[in-house]
Structure formats: structure tokens, C-alpha cells
Design a protein around this ligand. Sequence first.
Ligand code: ATP
Ligand code: LTN
Length: 331
Amino acid sequence: MEKKIVYSAIQPSGIPTIGNYIGSVRNWLSLQEDYDCFFAMANLHAITVRHDPALLRRRTLELAALYIACGIDPEKCTLYVQSQVPQHAELCWTLNSLTYVGEMERMTQFKDKARNHADNINMGLMDYPVLMAADILLYQTDLVPVGQDQTQHVEIARDIAIRFNNRYGETFRVPEALVRKQGAKICSLQDPLKKMSKSGENPNDSIFMTDDRDTILRKFKRAVTDSGSEIVCSEEKPGVSNLLAIYCAFRGCSMAEAEREFSGKGYGEFKLAVGETVADALSPVQAEQARILSDKEYLGGVLSRGAERAFKAARKTLSKVYRKVGFYQGE
Ligand code: ATP
Ligand code: LTN
């Protein structure tokens, strides 16, 4: 039986946070055993906000090395850089004509980013979800493992696929988002009502995957907790709940187990335990990432094999799309 197809990506727009790890990469690990997985560095998406070209190039390689250091196996999955497969931009253009401006204006991420980058509300920023739909649909994807914040974009990808299929005949498989309940939204350590994000302005909001032990312990020590002293997960305690979610993700335990472990303990002790757990988990990943990054030949080989495999799969879908739309492809 043919394996189901999984697609996901992260933008190399900054240093990934433990939010990216918990909400996405970590969930990809088990999928690579049973599915045909494509994981990308979404660098085309990363230029929709102002960026530094040299840094973008470096962050792209760092992200690839991080994926592998976290356990993504390039022998089992297709790991590649989005801009190396030209069909993404080509399909995006085609899908643009099936997408309404009003739909894009309503996207939460667009509204947030437009607010935060008011001097640079460019066409790419608005087109972001269509490019993401192209990423997903090019590979005839079944499942898209993402964090909570991306579900609206996967929904749009589904709508566009259905719209295309209705207009031109069955062409795309209609994908589904795969969002794990636990850890789907890791929040800022300073403002637990806000998502932890790799491009936020306050570095104390986030634990970056490259933070050293002292930095991690310090950031957790300063993390905002809530009034009262009980260590339980509840809506009235967003700060404590967030720390518990992080702890569970790295410990691999349930919320009930974590609550039991910290019952009767104080916030100070709790925050130190969370910090130590995260630091212990990140330290081997960081060492492995550095090792992979220094082996340029290996990393270059992985990415060029990945791009080649992705290209072949993408070409197949795009040629079908071009035929259906009526684009001349030679006799
Ligand atoms: P940026 O700040 O540059 O917009 P980001 O940190 O939001 O980036 P993305 O590249 O947009 O990260 O997201 C990559 C993946 O990580 C997506 O699947 C997204 O849902 C997931 N993700 C990002 N932040 C979190 C978070 N705080 N909690 C859980 N999942 C997250
Ligand atoms: N927009 C996503 C990154 C991304 C993505 C994708 C995720 C780009 N293309 C395709 C899943 C499938 C984000 O997380 N900001």
C-alpha cells in the first residue's frame, strides 16, 4: 500500500524556539517512520518581512542542521530548501487566480504581521497563505503537522484545493492539519497570553534552541507566573500552565503526572526544574547541530538530494495542473 504523504516546513526567519520544536519538529519524528515525509526550510516565506540576505542564507543551513540534530533522518524523509524547487512559486502564481483578496485580508497572521510591520505591508505578506497552499498541494499531501497558529492556513489550502478540483477536475488531494493537543501553542515566558515566536522583539519571551544553560535557567527564573502558589494547569493560570506544558513536552510525561510531581512545591523550585529539564534536553541537540553545520559537504549533499527528490514529485503535480488550466507545455 502506498504510504500517506506528510508535509511541513519552518521559515528560517530567526533562531527556532522551543515553541517551534514542541509544536512542530518533535511531532515529525514519529511520522517519518510510517509516512512519506517532506520537510522544508521555507525561505521564500521568510522574505515577506525585511531580512538580511547573508543571515537568511546562514539561518537556512542552521535550520537544516537543527532538523537533523533533532532526529529528522534525511534517509527516511525529503529534507530540502523551498527556493531550490521552482514549482512552489509557479503553483503559487496559478493558485493566486483562485484566491480572493478578502480571504487573505481576513487571515489572523496577516493581520498580526501587518500591524507589526505597518511600513512594509507587501504583496508577499498577503500572499503568504497561497504560497503555503502551493507547498502543501504540490506533494499531494495527506497530513500537515503544525502548531495551532497555522491551522487557519491549512484550512485555506483545503479550500483552494477543493475550489481547483471543482473548477478543473480532480487534481489535488485535500490535506488535513495534524495538531497535537499538548504543546500546540507554547506561550511567551513574559506574556503567557502571547505565542512564543522566533521573531519577537524581547529575547526573554522565548527560549531559543541555541540558548546556553545559564541563559535558559535565567529566562525560566524570570518567567511570569500567576498569583497564588499552586502548580496546576488551568485557564486562570496561563503562566504556570505554559511552564507545565513545556515541562511535559521535554519530559514526555502527562499533565497529571507533572502536577503530582510539583504538588506542594514552590514556584522557585518548579521554575528551576523546568529550566534544568530544558537545558539537559537541548545540550546534546546543540552539540549535534554544531557538528552537522561544520560538515558542509554532508549537509550540502543532503540538501541537494532532497531538492532533487522534491523537484521530481513537484514536477509531476505541476505538469498536471498546467494541463488542466490550459497552459501550453509543448507538443
Ligand atoms: P515567526 O516568528 O518568524 O513568524 P514562528 O516562530 O511563528 O515564526 P514559524 O516558522 O511560523 O515560527 O512556524 C513553524 C512551525 O512551528 C509551525 O508549525 C508553527 O505552528 C509552529 N510553532 C511556532 N510557534 C509555536 C508555538 N509558540 N507553539 C507551538 N507551535 C509553534
Ligand atoms: N507558514 C508556516 C511555515 C510553512 C509551512 C508550509 C507549514 C511554510 N510552508 C507548509 C506547513 C506546510 C509557518 O509555520 N509559519
